[in-house]
Design a protein around this ligand. Structure first.
Ligand code: URP
Ligand code: ZN
Ligand code: ZN
Length: 463
């Protein structure tokens, strides 16, 4: 099957040019200047991309589909979540499998494999959240690498569930360094935050806004700094995930400026939303995520956008961890019981593209932080994240001039509200190919659950 995408502007991290893309079966075979080839004559299918951007399928390196948390499960499963991802131009997700306390690492991956198997609409790989660092669990790390899971997430937050102390983190980091594993870090000082949370509840400050106010940016930055130092001692690669504040970004960049392999990820909610946007009363529960939103008046959003422009931020992922309103209701009267997370897997490309429209970043940088560098960080490049001969033919045909209003009434995510409700953005995904097959046509999903494949990953190629 030969597919030709012609007439578009191919946008890549390296530059943009009018170019046609030739696909054979599941792979890109060639790119050429329009008119410089005779591919149309023997193509089985020709897609017209005139006036459109043509870019690699986007890679969301941070999702939580059907994640068990706080006695419930995040509301997108692998089918609904990856369908929404595809409609938004994301052809690959890297989801976080989890270790049970007392359980093993491979067990966790197998559990997640079973959930995803035959159900995903997009390709998928896994990180593993190591929540119980023991000598025997660390001994499983080589087998994890063999299974294609080449990154582990550790937490300085959530004492009692996911938290590891500094000694355990250092032990895990050392083993990760030996094996070339990437360490993904949730960096907030959970021990100090728990003191602030308990004090708030004792004062009667039980509304959701107190979730945001008891997780200050200083305690995110402190944990980032500490983790950078531990990674330096261990000699491992480190990605600070879901950076929400200018302070935390600065702490990570300080490590990088010292020559350390420290990488940075932020999310659309931290670029777009602020504490000033959060409504009063329990309605604020829909914005509860960790780390929390930050004050616009303190300039965090501006500095994160500037970080993307100046290459201090390497990747924009979603940390997609949605809950319905009914699930959020569990925390009425006690903000500590609100399940943490927001949903954005469908809107990441559009929300970052709006930064291009607004003149904050270039189109090339948009592709780099949404597609190419997440693929590099996740050890999926050049199979994913780039349109080059030999890469998977995951392609997005994007209309940069169409406007759309984001809304729960029209989104595909399994959430009955949207934290981006009413936001108008310019740019829209039109067509998506997954390994050469059209799976989104005129913005509608035309593929099937089970189209997605498990992606065994190699080591990160960011360094
Ligand atoms: O609030 C969030 N981010 N929930 C998802 C779990 C995590 O810490 O990434
Ligand atoms: Zn986290
Ligand atoms: Zn997460």
């Amino acid at each position: 099957m030969r597919t030709l995408i012609q007439g578009g502007t191919v946008v890549s991290a390296a530059g943009s040019a009018a170019a046609d893309v030739l696909i054979e079966d599941e792979r890109v075979v060639a790119l050429a200047a329009p008119g410089a080839h005779g591919w149309a004559t023997d193509a089985d299918r020709v897609l017209d991309a005139t006036g459109r951007y043509v870019l690699p399928g986007a890679v969301d390196m941070h999702t939580h589909m059907e994640l068990p948390v706080s006695g419930t499960v995040s509301s997108d499963d692998f089918e609904t979540g990856t369908r929404a991802a595809l409609v938004g131009g994301t052809t690959t997700i890297v989801d976080y499998a989890g270790q049970d306390r007392g359980g093993g690492l491979l067990e966790g991956v197998e559990r997640w494999q079973a959930r995803a198997e035959g159900r995903t609409c997009a390709d998928h790989g896994f990180h593993l959240m190591v929540t119980d660092v023991r000598p025997d669990t660390l001994d499983e790390l080589p087998a994890l690498v063999d299974a294609g899971v080449t990154s582990i997430k550790l937490f300085t937050a959530y004492p009692g569930t996911n938290y590891s102390d500094d000694g355990r983190i250092l032990q895990a980091m050392r083993r990760a360094a030996d094996l070339g594993l990437m360490v993904m870090m949730h960096a907030e000082n959970g021990i100090a935050i728990d003191v602030l949370r308990a004090e708030a509840i004792a004062r009667g400050d039980t509304d959701p806004i107190h979730h945001l106010l008891t997780r200050p940016a200083s305690l995110e930055a402190e944990a980032v700094h500490r983790m950078v130092v531990l990674a330096e001692v261990a000699g491992c690669d480190l990605t600070i995930v879901h950076i929400s504040s200018a302070d935390a970004l600065q702490a990570a960049v300080a490590g990088r400026d010292r020559g350390l392999p420290v990488y940075t990820e932020t999310c659309p909610q931290y670029l777009w939303l602020a504490i000033e946007d959060v409504p009063e009363g329990f309605d604020a529960a829909r914005y509860v995520c960790s780390p929390p939103l930050r004050w616009r008046r303190e300039g965090h959003q501006e500095r994160l956008w500037a970080g993307i422009a100046t290459r201090r931020v390497d990747a924009v992922a979603t940390d997609h961890c949605p809950f319905t309103w009914e699930q959020k209701e569990a925390g009425r009267g006690d903000f500590t019981r609100i399940p943490n997370g927001v949903g954005a897997v469908e809107h990441r490309l559009d929300l970052v593209h709006q930064g291009v429209v607004d003149g904050r970043i270039t189109a090339e940088r948009w592709v780099e932080v949404c597609c190419t560098d997440p693929a590099r960080l996740a050890g999926l490049h050049p199979r994913k994240g780039v349109l080059a001969p030999g890469s998977d033919a995951d392609v997005v045909v994007y209309d940069p001039t169409a406007t759309q209003r984001l809304s729960a009434a029209t989104h595909h995510m399994n959430i009955d509200f949207s934290v981006f409700e009413g936001l108008e953005v310019t740019g829209r995904v039109e067509t998506v190919l997954l390994r050469g097959r059209v799976v989104v046509e005129a913005g509608a999903h035309v593929g099937r659950p089970g189209d997605g494949r498990f992606l065994p990953r190699g080591p990160s190629t960011m360094t």
